[in-house]
Design a protein around this ligand. Structure first.
Ligand SMILES: CC(C)(COP(=O)(O)OP(=O)(O)OC[C@H]1O[C@@H](n2cnc3c(N)ncnc32)[C@H](O)[C@@H]1OP(=O)(O)O)[C@@H](O)C(=O)NCCC(=O)NCCS
Length: 364
């Protein structure tokens, strides 16, 4: 039997949520290039309902999300014990998502709007706690993205920051059957509750070959900037050591990730606004050298490194940001899998020894 490595290209389910067919990313049939400037809440609605909302539906979605953006006291208290250095924020998030499934006193364990609001608030709270900063409260007059930024930044973001981060959240909201989404669907197929599915998804996202790449990208930029080594030389060394360069390559997009093309513009604008041009310039040099040398294009994680740094985030929190953005998609897939109501249980080809027989100990 010929099993493609890493199940590459194997279709294991049908979905109406998103597609990467022909290397074009679409959500419910709409290209992301047309969705990128819509309010994040509208795109969440689209992923969950497969249609864009009317004004009333959008208002209700925003209201429902905002009214769930607070955490039970017990959750905050326990988070204080968990969210300490030297734990990695993704490890804290993994524990927190599981905890939310037990301390969410509102009892709304199966309501996606409630869960998404809680996830965003938890991720912002982890960042604030690690920085020993007080927790912020949502302002019902602002949208979800502005409030989320306020919760983790501790100050009201500028209009241009909200606009750009809205696009970042939309672009990350879903991505067909990536590793963490597949994981969430496998758990959902067993009829486990939403928080169990999300905990598993966070575990899958944590690895550097998936969501953990953005943190590694920034480490690379910092190393190049602080050691003064040329980006080309740095890449040559990595290649010589057979190491992968983080933020490049993609299982699906072999001619470039459509999200990276949009994110490049955002990284450049944010870097300009915050005097982070040196990082962006290093990125430009690496990107053109990688294309020339290995024919590889940047992926979604490449430019977000500079975007998140420009928002004042520590690199260790970059992957929890990815999780915040991707939660909408995970929830969409969990809901779709629940409707499908079929256990995912593939088969494997056994390639070990056969025809073995246990002998009595004395005969050995
Ligand atoms: C994302 C990724 C896992 C996709 O992998 P894939 O589809 O399985 O492709 P492969 O890993 O088999 O790569 C194919 C070839 O390109 C090379 N390659 C792929 N990505 C590379 C990278 N980032 N740096 C250097 N070489 C890379 C592989 O070494 C391989 O070369 P080979 O054929 O000589 O062995 C891979 O590109 C990667 O590890 N990237 C870095 C991590 C990253 O940025 N992850 C975020 C993804 S959004």
């Amino acid at each position: 039997m010929d099993v493609p490595k890493g199940l590459a290209g194997v279709v294991i389910t049908e979905t109406k949520i998103s597609s990467t067919k022909d290397s074009k990313l679409t959500f419910a049939g709409y290209p992301i290039e047309e969705l990128k400037d819509l309010p994040y809440e509208a795109v969440v609605y689209l992923l969950w309902h497969k249609n864009l909302p009317n004004a009333e539906q959008l208002k209700t979605m925003q209201h429902d999300l905002l009214s769930s953006m607070h955490l039970p006291d017990e959750t905050i208290r326990l988070m204080g014990d968990i969210a300490l250095e030297p734990q990695h924020p993704m490890s804290i998030l993994r524990t927190m998502v599981s905890l939310l499934g037990t301390t969410n006193n509102d009892g709304k364990l199966d309501e996606p709007r409630e869960i998404l609001g809680k996830m965003l608030t938890t991720i912002a709270a982890i960042i604030r706690l690690r920085d020993s900063q007080p927790q912020m409260q949502v302002n019902p007059e602002w949208g979800v993205v502005e409030n989320f930024m306020y919760l983790f930044m501790g100050r009201r973001p500028s209009k241009s920051q909200v606009r750009m981060f809205n696009t970042v959240m939309v672009l990350h909201a879903d991505h067909e059957l990536n590793a963490s989404t597949f994981t969430s669907r496998v758990v959902a197929s067993t009829n486990a509750d939403f928080y169990s599915c999300l905990t598993a998804a966070v575990c899958a996202l944590k690895g550097p070959l998936h969501g953990g790449a953005n943190e590694q990208v920034f480490n690379m930029l910092q190393e190049i900037r602080h050691t003064g080594v040329s980006p080309q030389r740095y890449i040559d060394n990595k290649i010589a050591n057979h190491e992968k360069i983080m933020g490049f390559g993609h299982r699906v997009y072999k001619d470039g990730d459509p999200r990276a093309k949009i994110l490049r513009g955002i990284a450049e604008e944010m870097a300009d606004e915050t005097n982070n041009q040196p990082f962006f310039e290093i990125q430009e040099q690496i990107a053109s050298y990688m294309l020339e040398k290995l024919g590889l294009h940047p992926n979604v994680d490449y430019y977000t490194a500079v975007v998140y740094h420009s928002l004042g985030l520590d690199e260790s929190t970059f992957t929890v940001m990815f999780a915040a953005c991707r939660t909408a998609g995970w929830l969409a897939h969990i809901m779709e899998q629940r409707v499908e109501a079929c256990l995912i249980r593939p088969a494997s080809e056994y390639v070990g020894p056969t025809d073995r027989h246990v002998k009595p100990v004395a005969d050995k």
